[in-house]
Design a protein around this ligand. Structure first.
Ligand code: P6P
Length: 346
C-alpha cells in the first residue's frame, strides 16, 4: 500500500481558514497541565451566547427587538429589549454549560444563584453595554469577568465568592458587535482577539497576542459635562488639545476601549455631577477591561489606585475610570494628582 505524505502547507488550492476559537482554547488548555477543561467549556459557552446575541443585534431592526423594553434596571437606566434578550442568552448559556455557580449581571438587581453548587466559577457580566446605541446602528458590546469561587465547591455560594477584587479574575473579555464581531479575551497569559466568520459560524484568531501602544494621540471623554470636571482633569484635557490629540468618543465603552487598545489612546469616565462616583460599574465593566488592558501592556486606574486592586463593597458600585496607553494614563494622573495636592495644601 502506498502512503502519501501529507503536505500541510499546500495552500495553492485551498487557503488555510486559520485557527478557530475552539482549537485555540484547547491548545491553551493543553499548556496548563492541571487544567481540567471547565474554564475552556465556560469560554465556549460565552462564545456560543455571543454568536446568538450577534445574530439578534444584526437583525434588531427587522425583528421588532430594537427600542426600549419599558422597564428600568437597578441602575435606573431604561432597559432596551436587546439588553433583556442578551441577559437571557448569556444566563441561559452559562446555566446549561454547568461550570458556573453564580452570575452578577448589570440587568439583575441581585446575584443570580444558578443552584449549581458544583460550579467552580462566578461570572460578572454586562450583557450589552452601550445598548442605547442599538437603534442608531453604533457598535455595542458585551463585557465579562470570570472568577473562581472562594468557598468550597458543593457548598452554597456566599457573598465572598462575588465580592472579589479584579486582581482575582481568572479570565476576562469583551465581545464587540461592530463592523465585524470580535471576541477578545485573556486568561492572564496575554490578550488574543477573534473575528467572527458569519458564513462558518466560527470565531477565528485574527489578533494574536494583542499589545497596546505605550502612547497615543486619542482621548475619549464626554466633554459635554466638562463643566463638572476637576481642575486637574480640565487641565489635562487642555493639554491634550495643545498636543493636537484627536477627540474620539463613541458613547460605547467597548468600542472606544477596543480602538484605543489597537491604536493607542485613553478613555476617561471621571466623577461628574450626575455620577459623583463615576458611571461605569466596577464588577462587570471596569475590572474586565482593566485586566485586559494590563495584560496588553496598558493601564487602568480610578484616578487614585489600580482598578484591579479595588475591594468591591457593593454589587453595582461605580468607579471613575482612566484606562488606556500607559504613558497617557500616567500623563492624566500627573495633572490630576498635581491639582489635588495643591487643593489639599490650601
Ligand atoms: P455618557 C454606555 O451607557 C456607557 O456605559 C459606556 O458604554 C459609554 O462609554 C458611557 O456609558 C457613555 O456615557 O454619560 O457619556 O452618555
Amino acid at each position: 500500500m502506498k502512503i502519501k505524505p501529507y503536505i500541510p502547507n499546500d495552500t495553492s488550492l485551498a487557503y488555510s481558514v486559520g485557527v478557530t476559537l475552539d482549537r485555540f482554547i484547547k491548545k491553551k488548555q493543553d499548556d496548563f497541565p492541571f487544567a481540567s477543561g471547565e474554564l475552556s467549556q465556560l469560554l465556549r459557552d460565552i462564545a456560543l451566547a455571543a454568536k446568538i446575541v450577534n445574530r439578534e443585534t444584526n437583525r434588531a431592526g427587522l425583528a421588532n427587538i430594537g427600542g426600549a423594553f419599558g422597564h428600568t434596571n437597578v441602575q435606573g437606566e431604561e432597559q432596551q429589549k436587546l439588553d433583556v434578550i442578551a441577559n437571557i442568552r448569556f444566563t441561559r448559556a452559562l446555566t446549561k454549560g454547568g461550570e458556573v455557580c453564580a452570575i452578577v449581571s448589570e440587568e439583575d438587581d441581585e446575584v443570580i444563584d444558578l443552584q449549581n453548587s458544583s460550579g467552580k466559577y462566578v461570572v460578572a457580566i454586562d450583557p450589552l453595554d452601550g445598548s442605547s446605541n442599538i437603534d442608531v446602528n453604533i457598535s455595542i458590546g458585551t463585557i465579562f469577568s470570570i472568577y473562581r469561587r472562594v468557598t468550597p465547591v458543593g457548598s452554597p455560594i456566599q457573598l465572598e465568592d462575588i465580592m472579589q477584587p479584579g486582581n482575582q479574575q481568572v479570565a476576562a473579555g469583551y465581545v464587540l458587535y461592530g463592523s465585524s464581531t470580535m471576541l477578545v479575551y485573556t486568561t492572564g497569559c496575554g490578550v488574543n482577539g477573534f473575528t467572527y466568520e458569519q458564513s462558518l459560524g466560527e470565531f477565528f484568531l485574527s489578533h494574536p497576542d494583542m499589545k497596546a501602544p505605550l502612547s497615543g494621540n486619542i482621548y475619549s471623554i464626554n466633554e459635554g459635562v466638562s463643566n463638572t470636571f476637576s481642575q486637574g482633569l480640565s487641565d489635562y484635557i487642555t493639554y491634550c488639545k495643545s498636543k493636537n490629540y484627536s477627540a474620539r468618543y463613541i458613547g460605547s465603552l467597548v468600542a472606544d476601549f477596543h480602538r484605543n487598545l489597537l491604536k493607542g489612546g485613553i478613555y476617561i469616565y471621571p466623577e461628574t455631577k450626575k455620577n459623583p462616583k463615576g458611571k461605569l460599574r466596577l464588577l462587570y465593566e471596569a475590572n474586565a477591561l482593566a485586566f485586559i488592558a494590563e495584560q496588553a501592556g496598558a493601564d487602568a486606574t480610578d484616578g487614585i489606585q489600580r482598578i484591579l486592586d479595588i475591594q468591591p463593597t457593593s454589587l453595582h458600585q461605580r468607579t471613575p475610570l482612566y484606562i488606556g496607553s500607559k504613558s497617557m494614563v500616567d500623563e492624566a494622573l500627573s495633572f490630576i494628582s498635581k491639582k489635588s495636592s495643591v487643593q489639599e495644601n490650601h
